[in-house]
Design a protein around this ligand. Structure first.
Ligand code: CO
Ligand code: ZN
Length: 334
C-alpha cells in the first residue's frame, strides 16, 4: 500500500485537472468493481454491486484534487504572479518548490517586506528560472497551473508529503474495494473533483447517485503539535469519526452506525469536532432532499502545506472501518 500512497500523492492533479489521478485510480480499482465510469463533471464513479434483495445505496467519496496555484500575470523580468486554487496559507509557500503542468519546475518567493505579517499572495511570485517576459511566455500561459513539487517519504510509521489531502482518502477507497468482498448493498466509490474549491464534484455525484447513505473519507486537523489550536484529535489515535464541521452535523443514525461498527469490530477510533472546514460529506448531506451523511477522517498535521503528515496506523484503521461499514448488510437499525 505504501507504493500506492506514494504514487497517488506524487501525482499531478489540482482542482479541475484531475485526469492523471483518475487514470491512475482506474487502473488500480478496475479488477475489483463491477462498473467504472467518469461522469460529466469528471468524477470517477466505481460501483461494487450488492447481492442483497432489498439493496440500499452507500456512497463513499474521497476527493482526487489537490490545492494549487494559477498564473495570473507574467512580469517583464519573467517572474509569474499567481492566485490560489483552494485554501493556501502564504506562509506555506515561502521557498516551496513547484511544478507547472508542462513539467516546468520553479519555486515561490516574495517581495521584500518590512514585516512578514504583510505576506500576502499578491506580494508573492514564482521564479521558473526565466529572465524575461518573452522567455516565460514560451513556457507558460495565463491560467496555467502549478502544484507543490514534493516527493512522499515514509518515516517511522508516518507518511509525509503533498496532497495527502486527499489522495490518502483515495487510497482508502481503493483498498476498500479490494478488501470488502461480497456485499449486500450497492457500494459506490466516488473519486470526486474540485473539492478544494467548494465540494463541487461531491455535490453533483451525490445528485446522480442519490444514495441512502453518504460517507466521505478525508483528512482532518489535529491539536497535537506545540502551541496548536485546541482540537481533540491526534495522530496515531485511530480513525476520527466526524461529529461536526462547518459543512456538516453528522446525522445521529449515521454517527451511531459508524461508532457501533468501530466498537463491534474493535477498531481504534477517536471522535472529531472540527471548528472550521468541511468535506464532501457536507455536499452529499445537502443533495436532493437531504441525504444522511458522515465522514471518516484521517488525522493530518500541517494540512495544505507541502509536508502533510499522517500516521500509517490511522490509515489502516480507516480502511478497516470503511470495509466494515461497506459490508454492513443493514444500514440503520430502528
Ligand atoms: Co483540503
Ligand atoms: Zn480534503
Amino acid at each position: 500500500m505504501k507504493e500506492l500512497i506514494k504514487k497517488l500523492t506524487e501525482a499531478y492533479g489540482p482542482s479541475g485537472y484531475e485526469n492523471d489521478v483518475m487514470n491512475m485510480i482506474k487502473e488500480e480499482i478496475k479488477d475489483y468493481v463491477d462498473d467504472l465510469k467518469i461522469d460529466k463533471m469528471g468524477n470517477l464513479v466505481a460501483l461494487k454491486q450488492g447481492k442483497g434483495n432489498d439493496r440500499k445505496k452507500i456512497m463513499f467519496a474521497a476527493h482526487a484534487d489537490e490545492i494549487g496555484l494559477m498564473v495570473t500575470h507574467i512580469e517583464k523580468e519573467g517572474f509569474l504572479r499567481f492566485t490560489n486554487i483552494g485554501g493556501i496559507n502564504p506562509y506555506n509557500l515561502v521557498g516551496a518548490r513547484i511544478k507547472l503542468q508542462s513539467g516546468q519546475k520553479g519555486m515561490v518567493s516574495h517581495e521584500h517586506l518590512d514585516s512578514m505579517k504583510d505576506l500576502k499572495l499578491e506580494k508573492m511570485y514564482m521564479d521558473i528560472g526565466s529572465s524575461s517576459e518573452e522567455e516565460s511566455k514560451k513556457i507558460v500561459s495565463l491560467g496555467d497551473i502549478a502544484v507543490y513539487d514534493q516527493k512522499t517519504q515514509f518515516i517511522d510509521g508516518r507518511i509525509m508529503g503533498k496532497a495527502i489531502d486527499d489522495r490518502i482518502g483515495c487510497a482508502v477507497l481503493i483498498e476498500t474495494a479490494k478488501q470488502v468482498g461480497e456485499v449486500d448493498n450497492d457500494i459506490f466509490l466516488v473519486f470526486t473533483v474540485q473539492e478544494e474549491v467548494g465540494l463541487r464534484g461531491g455535490r453533483t455525484s451525490a445528485y446522480s447517485i442519490n444514495p441512502d447513505l453518504g460517507i466521505a473519507v478525508d483528512v482532518t486537523r489535529t491539536g497535537d503539535t506545540p502551541g496548536a489550536k485546541r482540537m481533540d484529535v491526534a495522530l496515531g489515535k485511530g480513525v476520527a469519526i466526524k461529529i461536526k464541521d462547518s459543512s456538516l452535523i453528522t446525522s445521529q443514525k449515521v454517527k451511531k452506525l459508524i461508532i457501533d461498527t468501530a466498537e463491534r469490530e474493535n477498531i481504534k477510533y477517536q471522535l472529531e469536532v472540527l471548528e472550521r472546514g468541511g468535506t464532501d460529506a457536507g455536499a452529499i448531506n445537502l443533495a436532493r432532499e437531504g441525504i444522511p451523511a458522515g465522514c471518516l477522517s484521517l488525522p493530518c498535521r500541517y494540512v495544505h502545506s507541502y509536508s502533510e503528515v499522517v500516521a500509517l496506523e490511522d490509515v489502516e484503521n480507516t480502511i478497516k472501518l470503511a470495509v466494515k461499514v461497506a459490508g454492513n448488510s443493514q444500514l440503520f437499525q430502528e
